[in-house]
Design a protein around this ligand. Structure first.
Ligand SMILES: [Zn+2]
Length: 276
């Protein structure tokens, strides 16, 4: 059995006293791969370093929405250099977050578009953070050409014969209907710990109705700890609780959900599947 945590922040743990034991725990678990995702230049650099240090770790680099407020063209070019590292397999997490009152939506949108363009130029998948910004996220992705035939033709087709846009909506919290729109456009959806929460009606609907070939799983650790550990610090190995919950919702076996989401994540990030 192999699991893939398609989005977490392993670098956030690196100064913890128990970091080495966390690494040992990961090695001893079913977790075969994880994606360490950057939120600014410093964390993106750390992700690249982690991905070189640990064989189970790959990196994504990007500026998180609220980290874009005082970046410059030179910062974006620094990010591009990092993106060309062979262990970097995506641009992320990038996107829009309108949750807080003091957000500068215009800046977020500007740098979101610039980073999408960079991902397209570099031929990399895109990992999206979108919170309370459904309409603008979809619109800007479309305007930048993230779903265009020109881009999707660079990636192998999906198992169902449709084009693959290599766009991932991380910790998806939108409606089942919007998830269907994204699927039609060739995007993938990732579900995290909130699907295990009691009030997770929307996530449950998505887990139920989505084509499993478009579904990835993640922890977003150290955030969003799943039940039964809610209230404590999240960690990448807890991705199994999200897989178990999705299996229960769909009426599939845990093994099936683990395997399918593993295959999907490898395909999405362009990582070769390990021999079993
Ligand atoms: Zn994250």
């Amino acid at each position: 059995m192999m699991l893939f945590d398609s989005h977490c922040h392993l670098s956030d743990f690196k100064n913890d006293d128990d970091f080495e034991s966390l690494i040992e725990e990961i090695r001893a678990s079913e977790l075969r791969y994880l994606m360490d995702i950057g939120t600014n230049l410093e964390s993106s650099r750390s992700c690249v370093e982690m991905a070189h240090r640990y064989d189970f770790c790959y990196a994504a680099v990007g500026f998180y929405p609220s980290e874009t407020y005082d970046i410059t063209d030179a910062d974006l070019e620094e990010l591009r250099k990092l993106a060309r590292d062979p262990r970097v397999v995506a641009i992320g997490e990038i996107g829009l977050d309108y949750h807080y009152e003091d957000t500068d939506r215009e800046k977020q949108q500007y740098w979101f578009a610039r980073q999408i363009n960079m991902a397209i130029e570099e031929g990399l998948p895109i990992a999206i953070h979108s919170r309370e910004a459904d309409g603008d996220t979809l619109r800007i992705l479309g305007e930048c050409g993230a779903f265009s035939p020109e881009r999707t033709s660079r990636f192998p087709k999906r198992p169902d014969g449709r084009p693959d846009a290599r766009v991932l909506l991380h910790c998806y919290s939108g409606s089942a209907q919007l998830a269907r729109t994204y699927q039609m456009l060739g995007a993938s959806i990732s579900l995290a710990g909130p699907v295990t929460f009691k009030n997770a009606r929307r996530s449950v609907e998505v887990a139920e109705s989505i084509d499993i070939r478009n579904l990835l799983i993640e922890t977003d650790a150290p955030f969003l700890t799943p039940v039964p550990f809610r209230g404590t610090r999240n960690k990448p190995t807890y991705v199994r609780y999200t897989a178990e919950k999705i299996a229960e919702i769909r009426g599939n076996s845990y093994e099936y959900v683990a395997e399918q989401t593993f295959i999907n994540a490898c395909r999405f990030y362009g990582i070769e599947e390990p021999a079993r």
